[in-house]
Design a protein around this ligand. Structure first.
Ligand SMILES: Cc1ncc(COP(=O)(O)O)c(C=O)c1O
Length: 315
């Protein structure tokens, strides 16, 4: 039984920077939110809670690595502004990490992203260029490419969709953590696909530990969906770091069931997460129905608080 006040040394330690708190997120075994038909099976389902990163999402990992690598390689110098196209979480993470390291940050994003995301980014002091919501993230990417063409010396374009430091962040942290947290017992890894960084990096690492681990990517089931953070790859600009051949399988999840699963995590388990976590949880449930035993880990990219003004919590 968990005892109040008995935390890991890691959390109690004094820190020199907020960035030292990126990664090492909790892995939670689910029980009450599991449907009855899988409760009796010899299956464990774990949620990796990336909302526990200091910027509130999985994106703190790649944002830190992409910025630090660019500084190390001499591409990002103090006179340059960090620039990227982002649907929100990467923007928050880049704003936090950029600020912590003393850089200015500018971001392009569709104007319909949630109010909470915009405000958090502005709270970190970053500037936002709003783009056409009908063009989704692809419109923001096109805008940024034009800006960089016009002012090549002003910006350092992070380009999270084509930046190898994105997936490497997960290769060197998320994958290692999950292996250790499951004591090598993981059989299935599930993550939603935005840039593909999480699934590519974590998947590569887990396959090195054990090639039998199934790597399962999650996409929305239609180009017009409400699962913020995820991409329907077929009709989007394909991220350069995403290689479908590295996945064992892709599962397509509907918006309604993703929302329902996110609410179940919150209301049955006390785990407050966003809609892309609900999509990954539904994929985990579908896998659990197909197998007799196994250890399934899925990523919860962020918490539910950034979606309070969206349909997720209006039902
Ligand atoms: C809420 C949410 N879920 C999932 C993802 C997908 O992560 P990745 O870009 O690593 O594929 C993102 C990324 O933007 C996100 O913001």
């Amino acid at each position: 039984m968990w005892i109040l006040g008995k935390h890991d040394e890691g959390i109690r330690k004094r820190r020199k920077s907020i960035l030292e708190l990126v990664g090492n997120t909790p892995l939670i075994e689910l029980s009450k939110a599991l449907p009855d038909d899988i409760k009796d099976k010899n299956i464990k389902i774990y949620a990796k809670l990336e909302g526990y990163n200091p910027g509130g999402s999985v994106k703190d990992r790649p944002a830190t690595r992409m910025i630090v690598d660019a500084i190390r390689e001499g591409k990002l110098t103090k006179d340059k502004i960090i620039l990227d196209a982002t649907s929100g979480n990467t923007g928050i993470a880049l704003s936090m990490v950029g600020t912590a390291l003393g850089y200015k940050v500018e971001l392009a994003m569709p104007s319909n992203v949630s109010e909470e995301r915009k405000k958090i980014i502005q709270a970190f002091g970053a500037k936002i260029h709003f783009t056409n919501p009908l063009e989704s993230t692809d419109g923001a990417i096109k805008f940024v490419r034009k800006l960089v063409e016009k002012y090549p010396n002003k910006y350092y374009y992070i380009d999270q969709y084509n930046n190898d430091s994105n997936w490497k962040a997960h290769f060197y942290s998320t994958g290692v953590e999950i292996w250790e947290q499951t004591e090598g017992k993981i059989t299935h890894f599930i993550a939603g696909i935005g840039t593909g960084g999480t699934i590519m990096g974590t998947g590569r690492r887990l396959k090195i530990y054990n090639p039998d681990i199934q790597i399962i990517g999650v996409q929305p089931d239609s180009p017009f969906h409400g699962i913020e953070g995820l991409k329907y790859i077929e009709t989007s600009i394909k991220p350069g770091i995403f290689d479908e051949n590295r996945l064992d399988r892709t599962m397509f999840i509907g918006t309604d069931i993703a929302y329902q699963r996110a609410r179940e995590l919150s209301q049955k388990e006390g785990v407050f997460v966003g809609q892309s976590s609900g999509a990954a949880f539904e994929a985990a449930i579908q896998i659990a129905r197909e197998i007799d035993e196994g250890v399934i880990v899925f990523i919860c990219p962020d918490g539910g608080e950034k979606y309070l003004s969206t349909a997720l919590w209006e039902y």
